[in-house]
Design a protein around this ligand. Sequence first.
Ligand SMILES: Cc1ncc(COP(=O)(O)O)c(C=O)c1O
Length: 379
Amino acid sequence: MIYLDNAATSHPKPEAVYRAADAALRAGGSPGRGGHTLALAAGRQVMRAREAVARLFGLADPARAVFTASATEALNLALKGLLRPGDHVITTRAEHNALRRPLAALERQGVAVTWLPVDERGLLDPAAVRSALRPATRLIATHHGSNVSGALQPIAELGEIARRAGVFLLVDAAQTAGVYPIHMGRMGIHLLAAAGHKGLLGPQGTGLLLVDAAVDLRPIREGGTGAHSAQLDQPAVFPEGFESGTLNVPGIAGLAAGVGFLVETTPERIRCRELELAGALLDGLRGRPGVKVYGPERPEQRTGVVSFNIAGMDPGEVEELLDERFGVIGRAGLHCNPGAHEALGSLALGGAMRLSPGYFTTERDIEEAIRGVAELAGH
Ligand SMILES: Cc1ncc(COP(=O)(O)O)c(C=O)c1O
């Protein structure tokens, strides 16, 4: 099997991730649930994981690294915990449903939203963001890397715009955390949402929201926090006030091991490797008669995500045939992001076929995938 669906979830994981998740599951104990040996050990393990992710993304206070079940949950917490009716938000029309839907729900409750277009390559123009600022603007919210076009948005420039305007910047880094160097302080990011199970190489069921000290966030879920238990109102205390319910300790332990692997390898090297692989894939697909490849031309403007269509074929059929005939696993359709497909011109085609290499992909995998697409395209 040739796994090229790392944009959905990375596979395989480093060996250390399997070992850490297994060990945590066997160890037992939940942080904040009792003062016994097992609970304390689990608490220390989760604290070390917080420190590791805070360090990786340049967040000064590790207590403000909140563990969630997914990037979706992190984005819901960021948007619903920050915004109130009357606030204005600037975002794009090419957001994943994880950001688009909670924001649309808030719009129905009185939050004003400017949905800016991205161009036919999937890129957002920072000048359009500057022009959309209003006195009521509270937040700029955008993806970093597109899960459809692979386009990388100019986050540092948006951070500078946000800083000058005195508004917050929320970044959906589901596609870039772990595969692209991100530093919240240096890039001007106030809220960073990430999946734990993609580029960070952790297990499914993990995600993160990192919150800068300047942001006054409200919890959006009430429940047990393991501390402040006599209080009726949900405590807005980092991190436990935002993590009600028993934590996914095996998942977090696996995620910490994934982050350990990344730090050792360095996000810079991972980015380089991914660009090599995506570059080879793009070179092999571009210019082939009947194959339309989407996204920016220049490698520095993209992630490892490569989406394309074959003339006359439904993307779902391409997915099925690549899997059945060549053992190549990718994902077809709208990828929970109709707006991105609209910008690329692939919405009416039922979306596109997406191949996304990861750190463990080999050159041979890429060659096989290209051979498969070439055969399906009839050459
Ligand atoms: C850009 C983007 N945002 C958000 C998400 C949601 O991530 P999760 O499945 O961890 O909620 C994804 C996952 O596909 C994504 O690609």
